[in-house]
Ligand binder design. Structure first.
Ligand SMILES: [Zn+2]
Ligand SMILES: [Zn+2]
Length: 213
């Protein structure tokens, strides 16, 4: 029974990772205050240069999710709903971007333990996540396991939600300029001007580190 509860809890966390990822990919603008800098720009950068964030440590990838997770834990505690299931969802959610990052790293970068977790399909495999990065980049949003994406994409959940949002609020999905031909017909748009600045800056940092330790 407990095993089923654990699996169910993992799937809830996986589903939430998909919801957040879909929201990031589909909505929000890079020039919005706070979310533009913290969420949309890194998201656009990730679709342009998928390996960029693999050089980030746990803190850099997870601090925002950690803040969000602590707020959820505090809220659950205040409402008397702080169960182990809620705690497990939050712990997995905080580490969602880390698991996502493992899917972009080489086995040599991940080390034997994480590689084993991936081979055993206990976390999402690189091959599975690669399908999210295949144009038009509008499927496989969940990043924790391989289990939910085939179901959610099969019932066209995200497409349906986008249609509902468009009908209710008149808001359409953001055009993903990294997609050669999207549903909205964007074609090979150049990357945003800030992208090369970030990439150059990090290349400079790397060069300095390599040269001067
Ligand atoms: Zn994405
Ligand atoms: Zn990715």
């Amino acid at each position: 029974m407990v095993i089923f509860e654990i699996i169910g809890t993992v799937l809830v966390a996986d589903f939430l990772s998909g919801v957040f990822h879909w929201l990031e990919d589909a909505y929000g603008r890079e020039n919005w205050p706070i979310t533009g800098r913290l969420i949309t720009k890194p998201n656009i950068l990730h679709h342009r240069d998928a390996r960029f964030f693999t050089r980030h440590g746990w803190w850099q990838s997870s601090w925002l999710l950690l803040c969000l997770g602590l707020v959820v834990l505090a809220g659950a505690w205040a409402c008397g709903m702080l169960t182990w299931q809620v705690s497990l969802v939050v712990i997995l959610g905080i580490n969602a971007n880390q698991v996502h990052k493992w899917a972009h790293r080489m086995p040599s970068e991940n080390g034997p333990f994480i590689s084993l977790l991936q081979r055993a399909h206990l976390v999402q495999t690189p091959r599975h996540h690669a399908r999210h990065h295949t144009d038009p980049k509008d499927s496989h949003y969940c990043v924790l396991t391989n289990l939910l994406n085939p179901i959610l994409d099969g019932i066209r959940l995200w497409e349906g939600l986008e249609r509902v949002i468009r009908a209710l609020f008149g808001v359409s999905r953001r055009i993903d300029t990294s997609v050669s031909i999207s549903r909205q017909g964007s074609e090979n748009k150049p990357p945003p001007e800030w992208k090369s600045r970030i990439s150059d800056q990090s290349a400079g940092d790397r060069f300095r580190r390599d040269q001067f330790g």
